[in-house]
Design a protein around this ligand. Structure first.
Ligand SMILES: C[S@@+](CC[C@H](N)C(=O)[O-])C[C@H]1O[C@@H](n2cnc3c(N)ncnc32)[C@H](O)[C@@H]1O
Length: 244
């Protein structure tokens, strides 16, 4: 069963080892410049978050150590990136990478990513990544899974027509769960044509730490690319007219 819409609760660790002195120093000086907090009215206008007005915005939820986000941001200086992560040590790692690579196009939301999704305007996001989210394998924990009907409904609202959603997992049960939800959702189109499309990571998709861990443990990772269907097509589809 999916989590009820609007009921956000984060499970899992927020803190690991105490931050090292240099991480603490960066958290005190650089993080406030990068951090994104919810304004009082609860609305975030993503295009004005960056020094120059950037229009394409990509969001990563649960960026872990931030290696994928930092590499994407370095390859795409013309795109604004918002990374969400609740794990303090992961946030500290991304802050270090932003400093090391001199990235000016990254903002960090160190809170539940679903709060960010709720705060973003409709049709404002061009790509979303949810890579190796916690699989919560026990049946009674399935409702904690971040890929849910409610999350997909909100993503469908904030993503522009044609925007891409990228999901990854190394858990076969979560893969099945994801596929059931995305292929059953009227707003999303699974872009795979052949097995290689979901068994191999596309070249423009940097490896994450969890993918490396999964491979080292002998678990195959799976990569899903979905397109946000054009809104008129979605409406027609809901009315039973098939366009694809
Ligand atoms: C299994 S790890 C994967 C990390 C990274 N994506 C990777 O592939 O290496 C899942 C991450 O999602 C984060 N997370 C879980 N729920 C979250 C939420 N609601 N909002 C933001 N981050 C979340 C966890 O703290 C954890 O770092």
């Amino acid at each position: 069963m999916d989590q009820a819409p609007g009921s956000h609760r984060v499970y899992g660790r927020r803190r690991g080892r105490p931050l090292r002195p240099n991480q603490r120093e960066r958290a005190a000086t650089l993080l406030p410049q990068l951090a994104l907090t919810l304004p009082r009215d609860g609305r975030i206008e993503p295009a004005v978050l960056f020094e120059k007005a950037i229009v394409p915005i990509w969001v990563e939820i649960g960026f872990g150590g931030g290696e994928h986000l930092a590499e994407q941001a370095a390859s795409h200086p013309e795109i604004g990136f918002i990374g969400c992560e609740v794990y303090e040590n992961g946030v500290a790692k991304l802050v270090r990478e932003v400093e090391r690579l001199g990235l000016g196009n990254v903002r960090i939301f160190a809170e539940d990513g679903r709060l960010l999704l709720d705060a973003l305007p409709v049709q404002s996001i061009d790509r979303v990544f949810v890579l190796f989210p916690d699989p919560w394998p026990k049946l009674r924990h399935h409702k904690r899974r971040i890929v849910s009907g409610a999350t997909l409904d909100r993503l469908a609202e904030i993503m522009r027509d044609g925007a891409e959603l990228r999901l990854a997992t190394d858990d076969r049960d979560y893969l099945r769960w994801m596929l059931e939800r995305v292929t059953g959702h009227p707003a999303f189109l699974w872009l795979a044509r052949r097995p290689v499309d979901w068994r191999e990571r596309p070249p423009d998709w940097p490896q994450t730490r969890y993918e490396a861990k999964a491979r080292a443990a002998g678990r195959a990772p799976f990569f899903l690319r979905l397109a946000r269907r054009p809104r008129t097509a979605t409406l027609l589809r809901q009315e039973g007219v098939s366009l694809y």
